[in-house]
Design a protein around this ligand. Structure first.
Ligand SMILES: *Cc1c(COP(=O)(O)O)cnc(C)c1O
Length: 456
């Protein structure tokens, strides 16, 4: 096979992904069958995912080889750049050294293709003709469209109708890469038709779109489903980010970071940057703090409960042991669409339970202040999701200033915001408001759960 541009060795693209499960002191609890409450076997996932991905979902091997064809595709935009944020350091007048890893240079503009490419590859290997998925803000749908186009797989994206109407450019990107994009709820599935019969003007939701995509995959022989966050194999693929970052920091002769930060939706880009650094803690006795940054309006890590819950709103998925706000918690319609998810991935949840990672939440207004400060200091306009990580980095850099200590901070700039200018416009015109989520709202949503609890 011919390599793109420069040979892979020269580009220093890692040869394996890192699986943190191998090093975890407490392994994640198994997913449960919601009917029997028995641990779920791999066969339960077979209608939805190719065998290779199910194997990766369950593996305890420490390293998983990245296929050459995947590395070759990665070489279009990887290794992604790592920058020292001199401009931001100056703006904050902090003694902290701030670095960021920039995932916005991928073709679709975020970290999502890191997993879309291998997912499409393994589906292709197993003869899958079509992949269905859902997309909210459009980042995942565009990454998967790009990946499927390369491997000659048909891609059907169910896009939440509200975003379909509000974010036409994301839809056009998907069409450019050859995908079919359907506003959800649609009349193509039983799930969609049922909603439309009741609410003809339904704006849709991620939960409904998942139901439609899963139904299409489950009922067609040649079709599988793909998910862009939460699952173990997705986190595994994203570790390419942190593995590169460690090499880049070594090469630059910089100290290892004291603090590693990433925004948190379902946990994939946080896992991607932080797990290779956590390995240094687990294996080498280092004490690097890893902080997940979530919106104050969807605070599953900082204010949720650790128990079994469904991964989707309709309650169709297996039960997963995770931090959750309850599967029918509806977060406020903040612009960081990628972070509006009620739960957290299983591995990340166990790590938080064991105090091996930390979490912080930030208010809607604070994250746009942080994003605009960053854009003016560093030039890149961040995705609203990415602004959460920046807000945590700024907060930690300010603490360094107050305490007069210099720490090294690394955060993940997981995507650019070039298609999110409406969100910035709303911020500049004063339409973005602080949102206080009351304890009562959280308690109400959690009280509705009748899923198994997990003993402390
Ligand atoms: C999807 C997305 C997220 C949230 O997903 P994670 O799995 O938590 O990484 C965050 N930022 C961007 C830019 C995204 O596209």
């Amino acid at each position: 096979m011919k390599n793109r541009k420069i040979n892979l060795e020269e580009r220093e693209i890692p040869e394996s992904w890192y699986n943190i499960v191998a090093d975890m002191p407490n392994k994640p609890l198994p997913p449960l069958n919601p009917g029997t409450l028995e641990p779920l076997g791999p066969e339960a996932l077979a209608p939805l995912f190719p065998e290779a991905l199910i194997k990766q979902e369950m593996t305890t091997d420490k390293w998983v080889t990245i296929p050459d064809e995947v590395r070759n595709m990665y070489s279009i935009w990887r290794p992604t750049p790592m920058y020292r944020a001199y401009g931001l350091e100056k703006a904050l007048d902090t003694p902290a050294k701030i670095y960021y890893k920039y995932e916005g240079v991928s073709p679709s503009g975020s970290h999502k293709p890191n997993t879309a490419i291998p997912q499409a590859y393994y589906n292709k290997q197993e003869g899958v003709k079509r992949i269905t998925t859902e997309t909210g803000a459009g980042q995942w749908g565009s990454a998967l469209s790009f990946a499927c186009q390369h491997f000659g797989i048909e891609c059907d994206v169910y896009m939440v109708r509200l975003s379909y109407n509000d974010k036409p450019y994301r839809k056009m990107m998907m069409n450019t890469w050859g995908a079919n994009v359907y506003p959800s709820p649609s009349d193509r599935t039983a799930a969609g038709r049922k909603i439309l019969a009741e609410y003809p003007d339904s704006p849709g939701s991620l939960g409904i779109a998942i139901s439609e995509a899963v139904e299409m995959a489950a009922t067609r022989e040649d079709t599988k489903y793909a998910l862009g966050s939460v699952l173990n194999h997705v986190k595994l693929h994203q570790t390419i980010i942190g593995l590169e970052a460690i090499k880049q920091m070594e090469k630059a002769g910089s100290d290892l970071p004291d603090i590693v930060i990433a925004p948190f939706g379902g946990g994939s880009n946080f896992a991607g940057l932080s797990f290779p650094f956590l390995r240094l803690n687990l294996e080498g006795g280092k004490k690097i703090r890893c902080i997940a940054s979530e919106p104050a309006s969807c605070p599953k890590l900082t204010r949720g409960v650790f128990r079994y819950d469904f991964g989707d709103t309709a309650g169709m998925t297996p039960l997963l042991p995770m931090y959750t706000l309850g599967h029918d918690f509806i977060p406020a319609p903040i612009h960081a669409g990628g972070l509006r998810y009620h739960g957290a991935g299983v591995i990340v949840s166990q790590l938080l339970k064991d105090n091996l990672i930390e979490a912080q939440s930030h208010d809607n207004l604070e994250i746009f202040e942080a994003g605009v400060l960053f854009a003016r200091a560093e030039g890149i306009i961040p995705a609203p999701e990415a602004n959460h990580g920046i807000a945590t980095a700024i907060k930690e850099a300010k603490i360094c200033k107050e305490e007069g200590v210099s720490k090294t901070i690394l955060f993940n700039l997981c995507g650019h915001g070039n298609f999110d200018m409406k969100a910035y416009d709303d911020y500049f015109s004063g339409k973005i408001k602080s949102h206080e989520l009351s304890q009562e709202e959280i308690d109400k949503s959690i009280a509705k759960l009748n899923t198994p609890t997990i003993p402390a």
